[in-house]
Ligand binder design. Structure first.
Ligand code: B12
Ligand code: SF4
Length: 456
């Protein structure tokens, strides 16, 4: 959905953080971004052979488990002495389950920057794995889970090793050269469907605004990006930090187009104006649902009147607004979902993404859905929020699938969308953010999207 509607292909920044920590520890590292480089497992096999890898590690989100296992198995096919490991949200939450793949040697749970180099050193020296915090590993015939690793000091981490990534492949709207950053980690909210809270608890760790702007400058200078997106879990949790960050950007006269995803949709005209004035022009709002009932059940902190006001204010400020909406949370009826679709149209953002409720293992939502027998789809590869997973007394899998299609058609196939997009793109052209070189990519992205919608 992100790629289809927003033309977004984003770098795997978590892997790049781990790679930077490994390079600092003296390792030679290669990153293969399989989706961005359109590589299949055979090509990865060739890369592993060519690079003479001693260790192969894979990022594992729930919907990529099968791919992750394919890569792990391939590594062992190349050479059984290659050590294999997994990290990322699914591996962190379901490490023991992942270890059912006998080719997997270890899982790094949670953050990888400290644990992974330590694990490598222990493997190299033949040391005691029981001393490496934050891993799950094999011992004798069993699987051992070590105590968790303390969270890292986010200001002391090296920049992600972007030089190992195919940076030209990362795009927004199919055409803008994209850079991404993480300015804080974690979130205090604890929404029931969120893996972040399940892995890291409810701790929010902000980076220092000066260091954030240092990295923004570095990214602009070294990678010639057109747009920067912050991929934080909760970027604007602390207004004071946002304001200081904006001051720092202004003081350094940094001219950069950027955006972020707002978890809380805060109505704060002063902050929005300030953001706008320092290049923040693309805001994604996670509204999730129009149903008060679902918001309460899922422990989402959101106020609908605020949402409407924020969308209006950010429209007046000339922002590109993207609304994220979940359709069919437990308890919602068809009518509730229709209201959510209607809400999306009424808010009238430039883009909307509709997600189907997906209970990720390890979350409270999963626990409840499992207990209540709602989970009807067991194939992890379908857990990408585009496929229906749960069935409730109110909505069946096929109804959810249909409502999701309907949401896209009813939202996008209307004149207001074309008008909004033309206006914003015209403004962005006048302001120099869209250059002639961007137009063919943008046009082909829009055409592809509309062809997809027409066939839906
Ligand atoms: C930014 C983001 C996106 C971006 C960019 C994705 C990208 N390519 O980077 C976009 C918007 C595109 C996106 C899309 C989706 N996302 Co997303 N996304 C995130 C978010 C908010 C931050 C990820 C991040 O960069 N974190 C910062 C880095 C530093 O942390 P990290 O990635 O976890 O990496 C650390 C550790 O995990 C570990 N590690 C990671 N990899 C490895 C590998 C090895 C070998 C080792 C040892 C360690 C290790 O070390 C890293 C450094 O400490 C996370 C939430 C989260 N905090 O994880 C959700 C999250 C990863 N997304 C999620 C989902 C579901 C999706 C979607 C499928 C659907 C959706 N509705 O959003 C799509 C998939 C599209 C796609 N093809 O990628 C889920 C995954 C849940 C799960 N159990 O699998 C998460 C956890 C959010 C949630 N709902 O709970 N996402
Ligand atoms: S606001 Fe977002 S990051 Fe925070 S707990 Fe909820 S879903 Fe997770």
């Amino acid at each position: 959905m992100y790629q289809r509607f927003l033309g977004l292909v984003a770098p795997p920044i978590g892997l790049a953080y781990v790679a930077a920590a490994l390079e600092n520890d003296g390792h030679e590292v290669m990153i293969i971004d399989m989706p961005a480089e359109a590589k299949d497992v055979d090509e990865v096999k060739e890369d592993i052979e060519r690079f003479h890898s001693d260790v192969v590690g894979v990022y594992c989100a729930t919907y990529r488990v099968n791919h992750a296992n394919d890569v792990i198995n391939t590594a062992k096919d190349v050479d059984v002495s290659i050590k294999t490991l997994m990290g990322g949200p699914h591996a962190s939450l379901l490490a023991e389950d992942c270890m059912k793949n006998g080719n997997l040697d270890a899982v790094v749970c949670g953050e990888g920057e400290i644990t992974t180099p330590e694990l490598m050193r222990t493997w190299e020296s033949g040391g005691n794995l029981a001393k490496v915090k934050g891993i799950v590993f094999r011992k004798g015939g069993g699987i051992v889970r070590n105590p968790p690793r303390e969270l890292a000091d986010v200001d002391s981490l090296p920049y992600p090793a972007r030089h190992l990534l195919p940076m030209d492949e990362y795009k927004l709207f199919g055409t803008f050269k994209l850079g991404t950053m993480i300015s804080s980690r974690g979130c205090t909210y604890g929404c029931h469907y969120c893996s972040v809270a399940a892995i890291y608890g409810r701790k929010w760790r902000p980076r220092n605004p000066k260091r954030i702007v240092d990295e923004m400058e570095y990214l602009q200078k070294n990678y010639d990006i057109d747009v920067l997106t912050f991929m934080d879990d909760n970027f604007d949790l602390d207004k004071k930090r946002v304001m200081t960050l904006c001051d720092e950007i202004r003081e350094r006269d940094l001219d950069i187009l950027w955006g972020y995803q707002s978890a809380s949709v805060i109505k704060d005209e002063e902050m929005l104006k300030k953001l706008r004035n320092v290049g923040c022009r693309i805001l994604t709002y996670s509204i999730e649902t129009s149903s008060r009932k679902s918001i309460d059940v899922m422990k989402k902190k959101i106020n609908m009147q605020q949402v409407r006001d924020v969308f209006q204010i950010s429209k007046e400020l000339g922002m590109i607004r993207i609304a994220n909406i979940i359709l069919g949370l437990p308890g919602e009826t068809k009518k509730d979902v229709e209201e959510s679709i209607e809400l999306a149209r009424a808010l009238d953002p430039e883009y909307a993404l509709f997600f189907l409720p997906t209970p990720y293992p390890g979350t409270k939502f999963y626990e409840t859905a499992e207990k209540m027998g709602m989970i009807k789809e067991l194939d992890w590869s379908k857990y990408d929020t585009a496929n229906p997973i749960i069935e409730t007394g109110q909505l069946s899998l096929s109804e959810l699938r249909e409502l999701n299609k309907r949401a896209y058609k009813e939202f996008y196939l209307r004149p207001a969308i074309i008008k909004n997009n033309l206006k914003i793109f015209y403004d962005f052209m006048k302001e120099g953010y869209i250059k002639p070189v961007h137009i063919p990519g943008l046009m082909s992205h829009l055409l592809r999207t509309f062809l997809y919608l027409a066939r839906l």
